[in-house]
Write a protein that binds this ligand. Structure first.
Ligand code: PLP
Length: 447
């Protein structure tokens, strides 16, 4: 049969789609671009991976294990489920997240593949290509990765280290324009480890309410707060602002690989009726997350003993104290004491380390010399900081601090008082604008 010659391609080369081409994870590209050759005389301590299972020191609760074993034994969960998830599983999530001021039902819950799946779905549902969403800086990189791949623009609002990483609300307000489709907030925060106060959440909600925008609340670290601090969900304080809250089992139950997440539709003023349909439509692309874990959800969420949560958090808080107390004494470093989640941000006075052009170079050399790897905060669009993961075994935390001290003492070069790249002033590792005082207050409250 004769073939139309115009249909014949000259080469076998298959090109990738524009969406794939535009999918860009800054953490991967920055880390892959670093030369990470550890010192062969020292074993590697990775303080870089936000996966609490890597060291094996923080086991998941027994309820998780038993509940999934039971799901397998029942042999009733091997088929497809409704694309938004089984009703019993959604009801269990609704019971778990409901508060006296924000009651939700199974019909308000969409189960997703991890919190990442939830974030991808809500961003895709709320914004069209060409519109923009507001996201935090420093912030979790996935928001931008997802948005940009969909042709949605991002605008960054700043979190302020000198105010325990509260949002610069005036700046956030100034960024809102006619094309803004939604605002993303993350509380407790990755990478900052901050926990917003009730008052600050109310202020955020009042700002957003003025513009009648929906909020995407990334609450994957919900309840993950240290003693002395209190967690409030955004929905529990929202009278007017419609909120799509994204959460999951990942962090609190220490099972990131199980990929169980959810979206909670916290409607107000019936604003989200169309979005509700949109989420349901989008869910049909994947047909729901893992059925075995869905079936285990009611037991996991109801029966996990309280002591599991407190033991995990006490462990992480103890590490936070170890790192904070050690790093604050090191020349040219300024840790910000976290209040929850599992991270600490540490400012680097780059002028005191003239050998290194950036946080990327600083952290890269720390690997070469001391085999300690911390993520440069350039990965979170926030240069001159690095992030420490706090889930490591205690002895490794202590060892890492000793090595970082050695590194800093060797490379530090005293300078006169200066202004750091992020715009606040540091004097020999101490910020002159009161920032240090704020972080000390946080430590006290966290004891
Ligand atoms: C702030 C934040 N949101 C979402 C996620 C993604 O969670 P999941 O692993 O459930 O997709 C993470 C994971 O580290 C995170 O830190």
């Amino acid at each position: 049969m004769a073939v139309d010659s115009r249909k014949l391609k000259k080469s076998w080369k298959v090109s990738m789609s524009k969406m794939a081409e535009n999918t860009f994870n800054p953490i991967r590209s920055i880390v892959d671009g670093m030369t990470l050759t550890p010192n062969p005389e020292k074993d590697m301590i990775a303080l870089s991976i936000g996966d609490p299972t890597v060291f094996g020191n923080l086991p998941q609760p027994v309820t998780c294990e038993e509940a999934v074993q039971e799901s397998i034994r029942k042999r009733s969960y091997n088929g497809y489920c409704p694309s938004i998830g089984y009703t019993e599983a959604r009801q269990a999530v609704a019971d778990y997240v409901s508060t006296p001021t924000a009651q939700v039902e199974a019909s308000d819950v969409v189960l997703t593949s991890g919190c990442s799946g939830a974030l991808e779905m809500v961003i895709a549902c709320l914004a069209d290509p060409g519109q923009n969403i507001l996201i935090p800086r420093p912030g979790f990189s996935l928001y931008k990765t997802v948005a940009v791949s969909l042709g949605i623009r991002v605008k960054h609002y700043d979190l302020l280290p000198e105010r325990s990483w509260e949002i610069d609300l005036q700046q956030m307000e100034n960024l809102i324009d006619d094309d803004t489709a939604a605002i993303v907030v993350c509380n407790p925060s990755n990478p900052c480890g901050s926990v917003f106060s009730e008052e600050h959440i109310r202020d955020i909600l009042s700002t957003v309410a003025k513009f009648r925008l929906p909020l995407i609340a990334d609450e994957i670290y919900e309840h993950f707060v240290f003693s002395g601090f209190k967690y409030h969900s955004f929905a529990s304080l929202s009278k007017d602002v419609p909120i799509l809250a994204c959460g999951g089992l990942t962090k609190r139950y220490l099972v990131p690989g199980w990929r169980m997440g959810w979206i909670i539709i916290n409607d107000r003023h019936d604003a989200l009726s169309e979005v509700r349909i949109g989420l349901s439509k989008l869910s049909t692309r994947i047909l729901g997350p893992n059925t075995l874990v869905q079936a285990a959800l009611p037991r996991i969420l109801k029966d996990t003993p309280k002591f599991f949560y407190t033991e995990t958090l006490d462990y992480i808080q103890e590490n936070a104290r170890i790192f904070y107390n050690a790093l604050r004494e090191m020349p040219g470093l300024e840790p910000v004491m976290p209040q929850g989640a599992m991270y600490m941000m540490v400012g680097i006075d780059m002028e005191s380390y003239p050998e290194f052009k950036s946080d990327v170079e600083f952290t890269q050399r720390l690997v070469t010399e001391e085999s300690v790897f911390c993520l440069p905060a350039t990965c979170f669009e926030y240069p001159n900081f690095f992030r420490v993961v706090l889930t490591v075994p205690k002895e490794k935390a202590i060892e890492a601090c000793q090595r970082i001290r050695q590194f800093c003492e060797f490379h530090f070069q005293p300078t006169s008082p200066l202004i750091s790249g992020n715009g606040y002033s540091i004097t020999n590792g101490k910020h002159r604008n009161g920032y240090h005082a704020v972080t000390e207050l946080s430590t006290e409250a966290g004891k």
